[in-house]
Design a protein. Sequence first.
Length: 116
Amino acid sequence: MASYTLNRRAVAQARKLIDARQYVLDSDWGDAQPSAKDENAFLESHSWDEYAEWHLGLTEGANDETKARHAFVYGDFRRLHRMGLIACMYRAAEWRHKEIELAAHELLQRLDEKTG
């Protein structure tokens, strides 16, 4: 099983998106999450640093500037998705990636507080 570290820049970006009201509260995450084609299109006009900001986890041992380095996507490259955070939290909890699980939980609580 892969090991991950928390991407603190992604957490900061998610907080900014929440504060700027750049989120989707109700979505079908299976349809909304970025596909490989969406990721490639984003990377054509954005940096790897910008790509990383959409992923709560960084895969330990994976090369920088590869998709394999980035895990636990929480948005669609435009907006944060509440269901994306829930998916991150659930998957991190399932595989015992505690730091990512807790970060996703904190972001979900922040979003829910902002939206009532």
